[in-house]
Design a protein around this ligand. Structure first.
Ligand code: IPD
Ligand code: CA
Ligand code: CA
Length: 264
């Protein structure tokens, strides 16, 4: 399938970094058994992937700004375009050899994300979206699931862990939802949670305390697949609210109705 030159640039960068992460995953499987574990190795893998992505994107679009999880903000001469990149989303999964992780690349023009690529090198699933042109998984057009009964819906969430987030609020959110839905999932890679909603595998997803690089590419994927993404308070730009809720129009509305009052 033919995509724009922009998407081709993003896919090329994601695939090259993906090959590197996939090689590293093989190494991690060996390091698991050592006492020290693979933690240091993973933080190197992460940085190496980000540098590869930066190099490829900067070569193809010199001047664009770059916001990466590892290297922070690198200003460009073109102030209207910024790449927003998580070189390894799902680090804890990667560290444990669980093949649910991804590279996430978004491109923001002014305040709007106009393109997104999410790539899981472990299973070679490549998600792409461009504003007004739809969302795709390995060239198959994506559409969010159509369910309109919450008790049939499978919903993903993020859960705060040691040292992070509001544990009490997370428990209240789970309690408020668990007798209304068909099942919770906690997969551990925000970018892929969005991608699964876009692909209709999940009916909805919410999470607090995310960063722009967790959200940028995923947000456009879900929107281009016909879904709604907002902050939990209902604000439109989840990139700035740092908490997100998404799904089809019905599921999104129901989740906002249930989750929003809990944090008020
Ligand atoms: C994390 C993952 C995880 C989410 C965390 C993120 P990282 O990103 O997306 O699913 O629950 O909030 O920070 O650290 O693996 O890039
Ligand atoms: Ca992340
Ligand atoms: Ca990361």
């Amino acid at each position: 399938m033919l995509h724009s030159a922009l998407i081709n640039v993003m896919v090329k960068a994601a695939r090259r970094a993906g090959r590197s992460l996939k090689r590293d995953l093989g190494e991690i499987e060996h390091l698991q058994v050592s006492l020290k574990g693979p933690a240091n190795f993973v933080s190197l893998a992460d940085k190496r992937a980000e540098e590869m992505i930066y190099t490829d994107l900067a070569k193809a679009r010199p001047g664009y700004g770059f916001l990466g999880e590892e290297g922070g903000n690198r200003e460009g001469s073109d102030k209207s375009h910024t790449w927003i990149v998580d070189p390894l989303d799902g680090t804890t999964n990667f560290l444990h050899g669980i093949p649910q992780f991804a590279i996430s690349i978004g491109l923001k023009r002014e305040d709007t994300v106009i393109a997104g690529v999410i790539y899981n090198p472990a299973n070679d699933e490549l998600y792409i979206a461009e504003r007004g042109k739809g969302a795709f998984l390995n060239d198959q057009r994506l559409r969010v699931a159509g369910r309109r009964k919450l008790n049939e819906c499978v919903i993903a969430c993020g859960l705060p862990h040691i040292g992070r987030g509001d544990h009490q609020l997370a428990l209240q959110e789970m309690a408020a939802l668990q007798d209304k839905i068909a099942g919770f999932r906690r997969f551990g890679a925000a970018a892929l949670d969005f991608a699964f909603v876009a692909a209709g595998r999940l009916d909805g997803y919410w999470e607090r305390n995310l960063q722009p690089w967790d959200i940028a590419a995923g947000q456009i994927l879900v929107r281009e697949a016909g879904g709604i993404v907002s902050g939990i308070e209902g604000h439109d730009n989840a990139l700035t609210t740092k908490n997100v809720v998404c799904g089809n129009e019905f599921v999104h509305g129901e989740l906002v109705k249930i989750l929003k009052p809990l944090a008020d």
